[in-house]
Design a protein around this ligand. Structure first.
Ligand code: WQD
Length: 316
């Protein structure tokens, strides 16, 4: 299996590369190292330093006879996408067009795309399945939805089969410690907690404790990044076996509150975590939990990490 992993030096990408190598795939990483890290590259994978906006280099790289492409090279900061939509339009939308065009030009017929629960917006019912209306409330989520629609047209017109994997809250790190490069400016709960534990931040700001949830804090579906990575390997194999394009949620279907994440962290580190309760963060739903039955039936995917303590342990 010869696979091009675009964004393979990033947080999820590097875990995908590890899972592919463990499955004996021939892997090439294409990454501009803007948010990914050199230390996340595996010597067993080939590496091309390049940007998806550089069509010439991307297309040239694509000439090597890949059977499948994994695209994890989108920008992912929700807040930044609302302040600088131009950057997200260019990188996430134009970047996706480039990838699809380079695939079409070189007859590569299978694409696995990292999509996001952000395509759903505020949940109208729970757990959120793939039939839930798409109503993104961030420009970031909009770029994910548009890329899914674009892939659908390239399927119809160019025969490129795709799988969109809608991640819920990706969390944790490879348990063997093989992946060391951390996000440079973490925005998500667990990496922020890690910075508090490491003394790089004084405290964790908790965005609201008066939500209508069991303890007043928001509930999310934290899914381990190594489980996400396995789903990519299954998704590639499924497409190469001739199955149709598909869109699958990836979550554990278990809701965990911010307070429960804090409690678990304190159990692990054996001392209290400094916390300050603050106002709600704009656009935060009280609860967001996935129905992942489709991923189970279509990809044979079942997350191995089901306990939040185990996920957090790999983060710290
Ligand atoms: C989790 C919970 C916060 C930070 C986002 C995107 C989603 C996907 C994953 C990329 C929430 C609370 C957080 C903090 C806090 N993105 N929190 N203090 O917002 O559920 O999902 O990341 O693909 O599209 O929307 O994740 O980790 O930011 O927050 O209290 O300093 O932790 O309010 O309830 P979120 P998150």
């Amino acid at each position: 299996m010869k696979v091009l992993v675009i964004g393979g030096a990033g947080y999820i990408g590097s875990h995908v590369v590890k899972a592919l190598l463990a499955d004996h795939a021939d892997v090439t990483v294409y990454d501009d190292l803007s948010s990914g890290h050199k230390i996340n590259l595996f010597p067993a994978a080939h590496f091309v330093e390049g940007n998806i906006l550089d069509y010439g280099q991307l297309e040239k790289t694509m000439r090597q006879g890949f059977e499948a492409v994994v695209h994890l090279a989108a920008k992912k900061a929700v807040g930044e996408s609302m302040i600088n939509p131009e950057l997200y339009a260019e990188n996430n939308l134009l970047g996706a067009v480039h990838i699809l065009n380079a695939m079409a030009q070189n007859n590569v017929k299978a694409l696995v795309f990292s999509s996001s629960a952000a395509v759903y917006g505020m949940p109208e019912y729970l757990p959120v399945d793939e039939k839930h209306p798409l109503n993104p409330i961030s420009f970031y989520g909009f770029t994910k939805q548009e890329t899914e629609r674009l892939m659908d047209w390239y399927d119809r017109l160019k025969g490129i089969k795709y799988t969109a994997l809608r991640y819920f809250n990706a969390a944790g790190y490879d348990a063997s410690g093989a992946i060391k490069g951390r996000d440079r400016h973490p925005q998500n709960l667990l990496p922020i907690i890690k910075e508090v534990v490491d003394g790089k931040r004084q405290y964790l700001s908790v965005f609201g404790n008066d939500y209508e949830t069991r303890d007043g804090t928001c509930i999310r579906d934290y899914v381990h990044v190594s489980d996400l990575a396995d789903a990519h390997v299954s998704a590639i194999k499924r497409l190469l076996a001739g199955r149709p394009s598909g869109i699958f949620n990836l979550g554990t279907s278990q809701g965990v509150s911010v307070k429960e994440v804090i409690d678990a962290t304190e159990r692990i580190i054996g001392k209290p975590l400094p916390v300050r309760f603050e106002e709600h963060r704009l656009g935060d739903p009280a609860v967001l939990v996935a129905a992942s039955d489709l991923a189970e039936s279509e990809l044979g995917w079942k997350p191995r990490y089901t306990l939040i303590d185990d996920i957090i342990r790999t983060e710290l």
